[in-house]
Design a protein around this ligand. Structure first.
Ligand SMILES: [Zn+2]
Length: 360
């Protein structure tokens, strides 16, 4: 793409794009009937993962930008040998040219989405939310089944079932908002949520226990009460206190409350960047309320308790601000490789829990 001009080959690039898109849809495993959703699906497949897409960039969109950027570099070098050669005025790199296109595509797409879908895109774009896409099955704990990949693709491509009745909890709700991604918070799935929580708690304990010089306790008792937090770390200089308790909570962003909070800001008139920022702010606001609930619900203790920090994330991997900050401190303690492995495992655990609860 960078070596030859291919303006006259756009029909071939388009054909390659179509083959790739059809392959993704086959992996997803179900169809969307309306043409508007087909266009949305194509955009989501071709957007970079950091913008909430699949990262399968479009040849048709990128080929001309790749060649133009390459020509800027080549003509600058060739100028030494061919003084008459014209150097293009637009000196942007391929990355900059494509970024402009992707942001405008994302902006157009976001304008057409309902509130819940916008926060889903932001969740999918987050570091942990997009991590499963780059997980290689190098060991049993990092493997995902076809069904698990298919369910994750449904979510990422904003394909959800149209049913308004849940056979599991017998809820019969009004579409679309009351029932979008109901599986995320269906009360009958409690066992799956508990298992997901326990797996991540166990993973954290196991990872932190490898750090020399700190003591890690699973489910430490809150002094003077009969309740426990999830993890206690003692002696970790990097976390800033001699002893720190954590309590993990994974929450759905498809609840009525989350969607209501997300919808509190108008969307018209915002640029893509601002729309994304608004959606992030609203998601943070929702998670912060969950953090406050967690702190307010702590049992009264007769003894001075160990400080407790709630660690909160959405079921799709969007981290609450302080949680993200704390995990960065952990990264310094446990090292980049171990931290990266921990994130990949967390991403797979989230994917598996979603697949277990999903109803087509
Ligand atoms: Zn249900």
């Amino acid at each position: 793409m960078r070596s030859l001009p291919s303006h006259d080959l756009s029909h071939l690039w388009r054909r390659m794009d179509t083959v790739l898109q059809r392959t993704i849809l086959r992996l997803r495993g179900s169809r969307v009937a309306s043409p508007e959703r087909d266009e949305l699906t194509r955009t989501l497949i071709s957007l970079p993962a950091r913008l909430g897409g699949m990262g399968i960039l479009s040849f048709e969109d990128c080929a001309s930008r790749a060649f133009e950027a390459s020509w800027v570099v080549s003509s600058t070098v060739l100028k030494t040998f061919i003084p008459d050669i014209a150097i293009p005025e637009d000196k942007r790199t391929q990355k900059e040219r494509c970024a402009e296109l992707f942001e405008s595509q994302q902006s157009e797409m976001l304008q057409g989405l309902i509130t819940f879908e916008r926060i889903l895109v932001v969740e999918s774009a987050s570091n942990l939310g997009r991590r499963w896409l780059s997980v290689l099955p190098t060991g049993p704990t990092l493997q995902m089944s076809d069904h698990e990949v298919s369910v994750s693709l449904h979510r990422r491509l904003l394909t959800y079932r149209k049913a308004t009745y849940c056979g599991r909890c017998k809820l019969n709700a009004t579409p679309p908002n009351d029932f979008i991604a109901h599986d995320d918070h269906c009360k009958s799935q409690y066992g799956i949520w508990t298992s997901r929580h326990n797996q991540i708690q166990k993973l954290w304990v196991k990872t932190l226990q490898r750090v020399e010089g700190i003591k890690v306790t699973k489910e430490p008792q809150i002094a003077g009460t009969d309740r426990c937090n999830d993890i206690r770390i003692e002696g970790g200089r990097q976390i800033g206190t001699a002893v720190q308790d954590y309590d993990l909570q994974i929450t759905a962003i498809s609840t009525k409350e989350a969607v209501t909070i997300a919808g509190q800001q108008p969307r018209n008139g915002f640029t893509s960047e601002k729309l994304v920022e608004r959606a992030k702010d609203r998601l943070q606001e929702f998670l912060k309320r969950r953090v406050s609930d967690k702190v307010n619900n702590l049992p009264a203790s007769s003894v001075d308790p160990v400080p407790m920090l709630p660690l909160l994330m959405s079921s799709g991997g969007f981290l609450e601000e302080k949680t993200e900050c704390e995990l960065r401190k952990w990264r310094r303690m446990i090292g980049n490789d171990a931290f990266d492995f921990m994130l990949r495992r967390m991403a797979v655990i989230l994917v598996k829990a979603r697949a277990d609860s999903y109803q087509y």
